[in-house]
Design a protein around this ligand. Sequence first.
Ligand SMILES: *Cc1c(COP(=O)(O)O)cnc(C)c1O
Length: 409
Amino acid sequence: MSQPVPSPAAPLANAPLIQKARSHLLQNYKQQPIVLVRGRGTRVWDADGREYLDLIGGVATCALGHCHPDVVAAAHAQLDTLWHVSNAFYSQPSIDLAAQLCEWSGLSRAFFCNSGAEANEALLKLARKAMKDRGHPERFEVITFERSFHGRTLATVTATGQPKYHAGFEPLPAGFKHIPYGDLDAARAAVGPTTAAILVEPIQGEGGVRVAPEGFLKGLRALCDEKGILLLVDEIQTGMGRTGIPFGFMRDGILPDAVSMAKALGNGLPIGAMLCREDVGASLSPGSHGSTFGGNLVAAAAANAVLKVIRQPGFLQEVVAKGEYFLAGLKALQGRLPAGRLVEVRGRGLLVGLEMDRDAPQVLARLREGGVLGNAAGERTVRFAPPFTVTREELDESLAIIERVLTAL
Ligand SMILES: *Cc1c(COP(=O)(O)O)cnc(C)c1O
């Protein structure tokens, strides 16, 4: 394939930038071959000037769409005031954010970091420390689920129940056990004298958008209470209203001991958080855990603005309504496609997976050519996580493109 030679005077274009990327970026991602240069709401533009409906929004981070005016204003104001002070000092954006998140989640304490994996690291360290403080140093193991995804650091990738992410990185840290998702009997059988906690996603996002059976988290809560271990919930993808309720665990009417969150929290600015109950939180005493960039003022100011929008009365009802509308539209088109092409439509709120009869990357390439962006969640599942601000017209436009593309595959 011949590619234009880049020159300093050349206007932005995909091909020369991608050529440069292939020379210098670590080749650890399977990137779609476009360079995105601008975004507004649900729409993004690539370096060739082509427009797309972005139904994946920074992999579920840009929950209020690209460049939401309230978030832009909050981040700009903070950029002009003070960027970072570290945790050697207090700062107002992180104090306000902690208060908002505790009030909204029902948990009592907040710790800030910069990514999902770091938030899960905080959960794992909290579980071990809390068990030691309770006089159970032998309880160090964390039970997680097959097909789960918890991050890429050595501990969180080991927590991740997908062998493909472990390959080549052995020896893995000790203290993790994977069991089938949605199976309470398996969970009961797995808890032993060395178990410290169970870590669970309300919906397995990266693992293929698999929704836990209703009551699963409630059953896990009861099991953890009975055994004196912690229930940790990974809300990195499902939190912040993604499923139409503030946090996925609320569907089962339970309160976990601690939760992690990240993706949508900063609408694309890097910020993660670990929220926990008062009693377990006391285990992470002064000096026991930390993060230099955690609580960064610009990221926290953006997150405060995100929460303010999402917590407006009626906002999440709209997420529920639009999610139902999108899912119903996808299920209806499933019936119009050649039999077996779209194997299953799964999801809740604005987190949707289409399990296809073929590998997801081929489908994603056709969708992109048609003007719709998604990403892969597991081998054959196309994932959509549109912004909460998506309009019904944009969903209709997307459904028409998806139908045309999937029909012509
Ligand atoms: C994205 C994700 C993570 C990892 O977050 P990073 O910010 O990439 O470290 C962990 N758990 C779940 C459920 C996720 O969706």
